[in-house]
Design a protein around this ligand. Structure first.
Ligand code: 4NP
Length: 149
């Protein structure tokens, strides 16, 4: 099972989601992340994301930002989007129904969070990053429960 996490810049939310998800699935799962924009391509995650992950014993410091590509729709089985704008952007790149079926809003896995978005912490504080971490942790737990059952 190959899982891709997507946000806007691929330096805050989806790198955290990738780092958390990797702790929940067997090592032979491919877990990666990407962004819908290439503004931060090649950059490591935001320092606050790195610190927040490190506070929870997860090292995301070697990740590098990259934009989503057409190939991702072939490689990955599940593509989780952090907010509705990201979801709409990713869905617009899907070429057929099979590809569209792979794409969902990350927080939909938590039934009571229908249409909920993982808030963008980029303009926020360390506290906002920690809140995002907690949301992502909940979602990743549920995804791994669903996938591994
Ligand atoms: P992310 O956060 O999508 O969670 O990585 C952002 C990163 C960069 C920008 C916006 C959001 N930006 O505007 O550069």
């Amino acid at each position: 099972m190959n899982i891709l996490m997507i946000c806007l810049g691929n330096i805050c939310r989806s790198p955290l989601a990738e780092g958390i998800m990797k702790t929940k699935v067997p090592a032979d799962f491919l877990v990666d992340s990407a962004g819908t924009i290439s503004l931060h391509e090649g950059e490591h995650p935001d320092k606050r994301a790195i610190k927040t992950a490190a506070n929870h014993g997860i090292d995301i410091s070697s990740q590098r930002s990259r934009p989503i590509t057409r190939r991702d729709f072939e490689i990955f089985d599940k593509i989780y989007c952090m907010d509705i704008d990201v979801f709409e952007d990713v869905i617009s790149k899907a070429k057929n129904e099979a590809e569209r079926q792979k794409v969902s809003l990350f927080l939909e896995v938590l039934g009571d969070h229908k249409n909920a978005e993982v808030p963008d912490p980029y303009w926020g504080s360390m506290e906002d990053f920690e809140k995002v971490f907690q949301l992502l942790e909940k979602g990743c737990n549920e995804i791994s429960n669903q996938i591994l059952k």
